[in-house]
Design a protein around this ligand. Sequence first.
Ligand code: AMP
Length: 114
Amino acid sequence: MTEPSVFTRIIDREIPAEIVHEDDLVIALRDIAPQAPVHVLVVPKDPQYADVAELAAGDPALLAHVVATAKRIAEAEAGGEFRLIFNTGAGAGQTVFHVHAHVLAGGLEESRLA
Ligand code: AMP
């Protein structure tokens, strides 16, 4: 059996986090190392999908729910505009292999994609 991810441990309340939204399907929490004024992670509770490609193939409705949750958070915190990032693979910077969306918002006008 593989170890539960840090996000599963947060979902199970084994480690603390600043949770901004939770429903039956997803949890949203503030990133511990924020890269923008708003930096929230939206995480499906189902741990079986390691990345967004697996999620899109396996449960597109759940991926749509992740995106809708990101929109709702951006509306509540930053006027509704946001950047949505899914690092996919270690070579692309993914460090937690439990799919999650980075919702970045606020003060992004000058930033550039790498
Ligand atoms: P990624 O590198 O795309 O896999 O993103 C993982 C993200 O999880 C990073 O931005 C980390 O800062 C964040 N992170 C790791 N541990 C925690 C934690 N305990 N609470 C909140 N965010 C975390």
